[in-house]
Design a protein around this ligand. Structure first.
Ligand SMILES: [Zn+2]
Length: 333
């Protein structure tokens, strides 16, 4: 490759040389990959940044693993799970605001900080930190974290508890400016499944998407406060597996049956024998839902999937991202 040699200060051919070297970290020596460069003109060797190989970072990681310390990946994963910012977690631990940021970016934590992190990352440790906190977190956020801790403990016995924790987000453009109400969503799903001898699971996901987005388009607010995600096979209710499993297995509101589609493939059909609980739905919301049901009555799962793939809301969103309701105004129906 053609590059600048800092020794002879010429543009020249530079060769990459990969080798191993010993790096000493707090008394432990690790053999790690490193990369340096050789100028073919003056034959000097030099290092440069941005080579993609970081021997010190690798040595730190080896040290962390050897001493059962928390790696930066684990720190980030933990923080994301509870939706904590670097600053919030840092301050909860009584550290300076930038301390965690340094660790997540590859600095090696000292032993006392590692012990504090180990403790904080256990549910009971986090619960104590959050309960005792008076100034770092908002009351709402504190409650949300406590809910997530509880729901993790109860996931096997209560899917509903888990759903409550993951849907306790603030209303915004991703939820159509509506606070999520699980009971209302369940009533909506029952309503969409009622009659017609049941509907395919795929179609149910699309109907929900169209109902919420259509209602947002016309009223500036969604019906259920649900978030939708872009998956390769179309827009879907985010975390739909958990919602549907709760409706079927825990609440017994929906029954599921495996059937063959017209194209020969097998799939799940959802139906309900209950009178849908529509108490929480307003007249305008019911009217949107009825309109959606009628509009798509004779449109099968394959066709409605095709339609949803052509929606700007779908096209403009990256795979596995949440779909913004701002695209509702471009909805084709
Ligand atoms: Zn040179």
């Amino acid at each position: 490759m053609k590059d600048f040699c800092p020794i002879c200060e010429e543009m020249t051919k530079v060769e990459s040389v990969r080798t191993r070297k010993e790096v000493l970290v707090r008394g432990d020596t690790f053999s790690v990959y490193c990369e340096y460069f050789r100028c073919t003109l003056c034959d000097s060797e030099f290092e440069k940044s941005g080579s993609g190989i970081d021997p010190l970072a690798e040595a730190y990681k080896n040290y962390q693993i050897k001493h059962d310390m928390i790696t930066s990946e684990k720190m980030i994963e933990f923080r994301k799970k509870y939706d904590l910012t670097q600053k919030e977690l840092s301050e909860l631990l009584g550290w300076g605001g930038a301390t965690l940021s340094r660790y997540e970016n590859g600095a090696l934590q000292d032993d006392a900080h590692d012990r504090a992190l180990q403790l904080a990352m256990k549910p009971e440790g986090l619960r104590t930190l959050v309960r005792n906190d008076k100034k770092v977190l908002t009351e709402e956020k504190r409650q949300r974290i406590l809910d997530i801790i509880d729901s993790n403990r109860n996931t096997r016995t209560s899917l509903l508890g888990y759903l409550k924790a993951i849907t306790n987000y603030d209303p915004g453009i991703l939820s159509g400016f509506r606070k999520m109400d699980i009971r209302k969503l369940f009533g909506t799903i029952e309503f969409l499944c009622k009659g017609n001898d049941g509907i395919p699971k795929t179609k149910l996901n699309k109907l929900l998407f169209y109902a919420d987005f259509k209602h947002f388009k016309e009223n500036g607010v969604s019906i259920t406060g649900a978030r939708y995600a872009r998956l390769p096979f179309g827009p879907v209710l985010n975390d739909y597996e958990h919602f549907f499993a709760t409706l079927i297995h825990e609440e017994g509101l929906i029954t599921v049956e495996e059937r063959s589609f017209s194209n020969g493939a097998n799939g799940e059909y959802y139906s309900t024998s209950n009178a849908p609980d529509i108490e929480l739905l307003s007249d305008s919301e019911l009217s949107t839902l009825l309109g959606i049901k009628k509009y798509f009555h004779n449109i099968n799962a394959t066709r409605i999937s095709e339609l949803s793939h052509n929606e700007p809301a779908y096209i403009k969103t990256e795979n596995s991202n949440l779909i913004s309701y701002e695209y509702a105004e471009l909805l084709s129906i």
